[in-house]
Design a protein around this ligand. Structure first.
Ligand code: ZN
Ligand code: ZN
Length: 412
């Protein structure tokens, strides 16, 4: 039998380094993970440098690599991917940014970079869309609220560059920075001017918005300023389905990952109750994934949470959340026979580093035609003994395509 469907599960940042608090084990190896272990036992395992050995991946660059879009050819910054995930339809040449609603005091000093972790900013974004006018600069824009205090901006127009600085000083008690062109290219200067104009016009609109007056009355920090960063020019991405002959969906609570899926042409399937954190409704995500596999050939499922615990340096929370993930994955043991299951991480997020590291991640492929090896545990060390040995992120799609008989012969 040859598999026809592919479930590609990315356990974001699940791998780690040995932790003192766990007697030298990693959170993944210390966790009780009967489901992941069984899947590893039934499949072929290995370890993977999602970009290349020694390169610390971002979640964006690593996901592009895993989907077979080498980031060195396709990555143009986080902004455009984040904007696409927030719901802005990005087309080639648009300049995308990530934004935060923030709070400045009467003197213009930033007192909260996340405006008290405000949520429900839809009316504020609508007022900005309505009121801001950049036409004098020959620039149009799109602006959408994201989750919580987040939002995204895209600039549209001729001759816009993406080499501009951020206005976010990354600390409180100081003034926001002016946005500057990072070159003397007139295109970058035009973008910097448009950003500064957008920021000052939106600040006026936000200061006068009734929702903010209400927040002040309730003793909450008003969302009266926008911090913007992550500028990038939207590129072109060959369509996933045309490239691989596979229809596909992406399920992820993280806008960055759903944005990456969308720019390559995967359909984003929102799942209510998922948060991208340790309180996410994983059962709902897994159920939605199994439903999608009935309609589509390929489903990318990203489960965050473990990455967040790694960033927080919280060893015990990371280990415990891995056990929650494992329990939620139980339905995968009974996947239809025609489904190839791939499980990996997009990078390691060691609790000792509180950020991503270049340590290779474990990977397992399970399904028809797979040469089952002797690895019986899904963890960083056990998988290193598996039959896939050590591969790179860009190898995984070719391996998948070969296992489902969709790869092209090289030579005669
Ligand atoms: Zn990640
Ligand atoms: Zn991370």
């Amino acid at each position: 039998m040859i598999a026809e469907k592919v479930l590609f599960l990315v356990l974001d940042g699940i791998s780690d380094r040995p932790c003192e608090a766990l007697n030298g084990l990693t959170p993944l190896s210390a966790a009780e993970t009967p489901v992941l272990n069984q899947l590893a036992a039934e499949g072929v395992c290995g370890i993977m440098d999602t970009i290349a050995p020694g390169i610390r991946p971002g979640s964006d660059t690593s996901h592009l690599a895993l989907l077979g879009y080498p980031p060195q050819d396709y990555y143009t910054g986080r902004g455009p991917l984040e904007a696409e995930g927030t719901g802005i339809h990005m087309t080639a040449g648009m300049i995308g940014f990530r934004c935060n609603f923030a709070t400045v005091d009467r003197d213009g000093l930033i007192i909260d970079r996340r405006a008290g972790r405000i949520s429900g900013t839809g009316p504020l974004s609508a007022a900005i869309r309505e009121g801001v006018d950049l036409s004098a600069l020959g620039v149009g824009f799109r602006f959408e609220s994201g989750a919580g205090h987040r939002a995204a901006l895209a600039l549209i127009g001729e001759g816009l560059g993406d080499r501009v600085s951020s206005n976010d000083p990354k600390k409180e008690g100081v003034r926001p920075l002016p946005i500057r062109a990072c070159s003397d290219d007139p295109a970058d200067e035009k973008t910097a001017r448009a950003c500064n104009e957008f920021i000052s016009q939106s600040a006026e609109i936000l200061a006068a918005h009734p929702l903010n007056a209400q927040r002040v009355e309730e003793g909450l920090p008003p969302a009266n300023f926008l911090l913007i960063r992550g500028a990038g020019k939207m590129g072109t991405f060959p369509n996933f389905q045309e490239r691989y002959g596979l229809s596909g969906s992406v399920i992820s609570a993280a806008t960055l990952i759903s944005g990456i899926g969308k720019v390559v042409g995967l359909e984003h399937i929102p799942v209510p109750g998922t948060t991208g954190s340790v309180d996410s409704d994983l059962d709902a995500k897994v159920e939605a994934t199994l439903g999608e596999l009935k309609r589509k050939d390929f489903v990318l499922l990203n489960i965050k949470g473990a990455d967040e615990a790694g960033h927080d340096g919280n060893v015990v929370q990371k280990r415990d959340f891995i056990e929650v993930i494992d329990a939620a994955l139980e339905p995968l043991l009974a996947l239809p026979e025609d489904t190839l299951l791939v499980i990996c991480a997009d990078h390691s997020t060691p609790c000792s580093v509180r950020d991503h590291s270049a340590d290779p991640v474990p990977v397992v492929i399970r399904g028809p035609g797979v040469r089952v090896d002797r690895t019986v545990r899904f963890d960083e060390v056990s998988c290193a003994e598996g039959g896939l040995n050590r591969i790179r992120g860009c190898d995984i799609m070719p391996i998948i395509l070969d296992l489902i008989n969709k790869s092209h012969k090289y030579g005669a």
